[in-house]
Design a protein around this ligand. Structure first.
Ligand code: SF4
Length: 140
């Protein structure tokens, strides 16, 4: 069984079925989904009102991902830190290691919105990109 199936939102029945309760965040309705597994394989998803919700429940149960938003240190800029985000969702189990890399990184100004700050972080296929401009600090 994978580690993402070992969290507190899980409960196991006497017949070996594990249930996971998930709130769908695809739209504001926020349907309550229940995903059932046997031996780590999804056998049933209940509570969704559309196909997107069913797909969200499946991926959130099997391979949960998140967009990472944080800041990164800047050298020589008008601001000391730059807001950044991942250009695609990252597997949740990589977020901690990604933050370690980001915290060790410092980039030079100037930086433009959308610049790639870290390419293919942890070989995930996901890039970390700037979400604002930062100009060079002038010392005149
Ligand atoms: S299951 Fe469909 S209707 Fe329900 S919250 Fe998700 S996207 Fe919205």
């Amino acid at each position: 069984m994978s580690s993402n199936l070992l969290d507190e939102s899980l409960n196991k029945t006497s017949c070996g079925i594990t249930n996971k309760d998930i709130t769908c965040i695809i739209c504001p309705i926020g349907c309550n989904l229940k995903v059932s597994f046997i031996d780590g394989s999804v056998i049933e998803i209940l509570g969704y009102n559309c196909k997107k919700g069913m797909e969200y429940g499946y991926s959130e149960a099997v391979n949960p991902t998140r967009i990472l938003t944080t800041t990164i240190r800047v050298e020589g800029g008008v601001l000391p830190v730059l807001p950044v985000k991942s250009d695609k969702p990252l597997p949740k189990n990589l977020l901690f290691e990604c933050m370690k890399i980001i915290n060790l990184t410092k980039i030079k100004a100037p930086i433009r919105l959308g610049d790639m700050v870290i390419e293919n972080i942890l070989d995930s296929g996901v890039n970390i990109i700037a979400t604002r401009n930062i100009d060079i600090k002038c010392f005149s």
